[in-house]
Design a protein around this ligand. Structure first.
Ligand code: GRF
Length: 195
């Protein structure tokens, strides 16, 4: 069975949705570990409730990105992780993890990339008065939110009344789409792609 490492910094609703897809036999995989740079985030509480192992760290306790990524890489290699799944991980990956898991790192972003990269993509889209926004799943490269796009799903927000309502609807899409795409990636569906 393929082994996942999920990285999260916040609420962890995508992390939980992936585990639920596994429990419902929609996704044939195992989350071996949750990695978090926010030792008090809600994603960690979810992991404890789901009995999933956690590695959490404070980045500022390390001399640099390489040193904490080195530690994470060693851990992931020891666990024989097949795929890294970023789910609301609020740090840019450095060369250590990118080289160690080349072509084996996915991210989900709440916009139709290449539009609205970076933080608060939904807020950016609202400010830009967009009617159609969406979700993108892509491979991770050294450039933020820029690796090869694997899947996108649109959402019409023209009738929505608040940012909260938009976020809820984006999350609904994410919670369906991410497990489906992870399964396809694990099955080698995108194997011939260049990324
Ligand atoms: C999601 O909207 C995802 O697209 C973005 O961060 C958010 C994480 O939400 N990268 P959650 O922590 O999974 O609830």
């Amino acid at each position: 069975m393929k082994k996942l490492a999920v990285f999260a910094s916040g609420s962890g609703s995508n992390f939980q949705a992936i585990q639920e897809a596994i429990d419902n036999q929609m996704l044939d995989a195992k989350i071996e570990i949750l990695i978090s740079d926010k030792p008090k985030c809600f994603a960690i509480e979810r992991a404890r409730n789901l009995s999933i192992n956690v590695f959490s760290f404070y980045a500022n306790k390390y001399t640099d990105k390489d040193s904490y990524e080195e530690e994470i890489l060693n851990l992931l290699e020891t666990l024989n992780i097949d795929l890294i799944v970023l789910a609301g991980y609020m740090r840019i990956l450095g060369p250590t993890l990118l080289k160690g898991f080349k072509g084996k790192i996915l991210n989900i972003h709440p916009s139709l990339l290449p539009a609205f990269k970076g933080k608060d993509a939904i807020g950016q889209a609202i400010d830009a008065k967009q009617n159609i926004i969406g979700v993108t799943i892509h491979y991770v490269t050294e450039e933020l939110d820029s690796g090869m796009i694997i899947a996108q799903e649109k959402l019409d927000i023209s009738h929505m009344k608040s940012k909260t309502e938009i976020e809820e609807n984006i999350h609904k899409i994410e919670h369906q789409l991410y497990p489906n795409i992870i399964m396809k990636v694990l099955e080698g569906y995108y194997e011939k792609s260049t990324y």
